[in-house]
Design a binder for this molecule. Sequence first.
Ligand code: PLP
Length: 453
Amino acid sequence: KRRRQFLVHELKELFESKLGAKHVDYGQSTASIVKNCCKELPSDNDESFYIVNLSHYARQYHQWMHFLGRIHPFYAVKSNPSSFIIEVLAELGGGFDCASAEELALVQKICGDKFDYAKRIIFAHPCKSISHIRQFRDAGVQMTVVDNEDELTKLKEHWPDAKVLLRLKTDDRHSMSPFSTKFGANERECITLLRLARKLNINLVGCSFHVGSRCLDPNLYKESLKLARRIFDIAQQDEFKFDFKILDIGGGFSGHNWDKPSFPEVAKVINQTLDKIFPESEGITLMSEPGRYFSSGGMTLVTRIIARRIHNLDYKSNEKIVELNRKMSYVQSSSENENEKSDSEKALIESADNIYYINDGIYGTFNAIIFDHKVFIVHYIKINDDNESCEQFKSVVFGPTCDSIDCIAHSINLPLLNIGDVLWFPDVGSYTSACASNFNGFQTKKYVFIWKN
Ligand code: PLP
């Protein structure tokens, strides 16, 4: 524990000098941090930016080690490949799940000679291109995963000494982003793979699984662990004679402790199951690939209203709009009728009181509305107006590009805001900037670093 505290102190100093990370008291609210950051920027600044709390990554790491100390986390770089997250986690002893040669190169570059990075990386993609296989092999990485026969043949030819995990198909119906239609071998397919691996003399060393991203049912981990146990036992049989020693329980953990079940609750189910069916005495190495668990909470997006359009409709007395709002709640829950949905969205936009244009949108951070089913929480700060009127108006928020699909909110309540006022969004760290494009020349590129403790 003392070593960890020392490390955290060192990290704080490192990032203070390297990235100018400002020290912020733990008790300070995000709203006041956003206000201060806006004040400190030049008054004519209207660029969007992220506030990054670097201590968040260290805190998540320590929480992980506290609740799941048997399991070594390999951060899923895909969830947010920012160098500062990789650096904090590398310093603390974390490993990395890389899914492509570019992610590998990133970790190599950041870790440099300081860490023995090759041992800290798993190439965790079950369907790999040959050029990427070669790059991982040449970098000295040792471990990867497979879920199909062709992949075993590819490995035999291009990476014969790899340590290989069988990626299992899980029941991930209750996760927000399930993967099992795309990846994973079921029990029967695993037996075929064990047979072929024995024939090709592939070094199978264990199993991996992923219960789907944002898994809100800890029983999915329990059931997947039981499946892994069965495959471990089958692999030992005389026909296959594999001595499995590694189990990788993937990602899926929420980044917020207010989610139900919370991380400690999920960890409890995992620990209880592990103690029963993979007891410590068996000497199995346990690892995992958490992405959003680390990256979600560390970043806040701060945007500016760059333009607006005031419709001046008396919303509350407009029967047509009331009817449309009623209809929208139905339409939103029915994905089948897309025409009706887009008609209603269009009508809502046309009839809103106020329309705002901000400097990040669907092609940027808010792509997570589409790709990650994310619900963004919006806060506002009035910079250019002392009028603290609480009157709320039906408002539409558009992103900055020329495309009309670039709409962040079709109908939310906001007070009357001015150009230059701030809309900010907490917890935007995972699967946001990682998937953002520079379409139309708009992208949030500025970062302000803090260290909150
Ligand atoms: N591991 C693999 C193989 C993945 O595909 C993903 C997400 O796509 C992750 C880990 C990270 O998942 P999460 O962010 O839910 O922890």
